[in-house]
Write a protein that binds this ligand. Structure first.
Ligand SMILES: [Zn+2]
Length: 295
């Protein structure tokens, strides 16, 4: 049995494609000029072949101009996160025989999801185009991931990322085992029932002055998610409705409503979308919940 872990991943910058890649917004000062240069370089050599192949699996646009590129700091090495999970430098740099790459590189081509709802790859909003391990500061080694987010698949999320309303992702990984950090213990567990009492009861508290946390081993990074959407969910639905109406009125072959389109003709869909968009402010809660379901 493996452990499933999640942790906050603050976004340090968002880049946009416009012929050349230029930095748009930086939510904090964690990004250095050197990192920024590396990211721009990575974006400019981004593989269009990978984009094409990945877009089919994740049901994403295959046009690079539809994308924005948030750069979350996905993992900080040797620093237990708020959940008391630690990813050591050695683990991040370990060669994973199962994946034929280093552990931090297992982020590559993983999907971007919402709230860790990762069961269906076709619901992905993007994918992780690249992962860098930044070691310029000895005490602050970290993994930066370059996320390619399809703005046409989730316009409100794209807007939230660009205006800074969405400033964190959450990484999701599995690990084969966890090891207790307490120097007098060091027990390795491969399931919840094997956990020592320190990890069971004292995670992120101190024993003999030592902080107790879990060292994750046998890690595989699986996805990133936008979580705890700080924007009003109602505003999100309204933005989606406006987007649906716009697309329906453009006679776009792309289906704006997912469920509705299986029930009624494109013309009727257009009429419904127009009504929703014109009345979003007046719609009762139940109608907004219905709109959530059919979009
Ligand atoms: Zn222990």
């Amino acid at each position: 049995m493996a452990f499933y872990k999640t942790a906050k991943a603050p976004i340090v910058g968002v880049y946009q494609s416009s012929g050349k890649f230029s930095k748009l917004a930086s939510q904090n000062d964690d990004i250095t000029e050197q990192d920024s240069g590396n990211i721009k370089h990575a974006l400019n050599i981004l593989s269009k072949d990978v984009l094409k192949a990945v877009s089919r699996v994740y049901d994403l646009s295959d046009d690079i101009n539809d994308y924005i590129f948030p750069v979350p700091r996905a993992v900080t090495a040797d620093t237990p996160n708020n959940n008391g999970d630690n990813f050591s430098h050695e683990e991040l740099m370990r060669f994973s025989a199962a994946h034929r790459c280093l552990v931090f590189q297992t982020f590559r081509n993983d999907p971007l999801h919402i709230e860790h709802a990762a069961d269906d790859p076709k619901t992905a909003r993007g994918y992780i185009a690249d992962a860098h391990y930044v070691t310029s500061s000895r005490d602050d080694k970290h993994v930066l991931t370059v996320v390619a987010m399809d703005t046409t698949k989730d316009p409100p999320l794209a807007e939230g990322l660009l205006n800074g309303d969405v400033s964190t992702f959450s990484m999701g990984c599995i690990c084969e085992a966890v090891r207790c950090s307490y120097s007098k213990c060091g027990k390795r567990a491969t399931s919840d029932k094997d956990l020592c009492e320190h990890l069971m009861w004292h995670k992120m508290s101190r024993i003999d002055g030592e902080l107790i946390f879990e060292n994750c081993e046998g890690v595989e990074y699986q996805e990133l998610s936008a979580v705890g959407n700080p924007a009003d969910p109602k505003a999100r639905t309204q933005a989606l409705l406006k987007y649906a109406a716009k697309h329906a009125s453009n006679n776009d072959v792309k289906t704006a409503f997912s469920v509705l389109s299986t029930l009624i003709s494109p013309e009727d869909q257009h009429e419904v979308a127009k009504f929703f968009a014109a009345n979003v402010g007046k719609l009762p809660e139940a109608m907004l919940r219905l709109a959530d379901q059919i979009l």
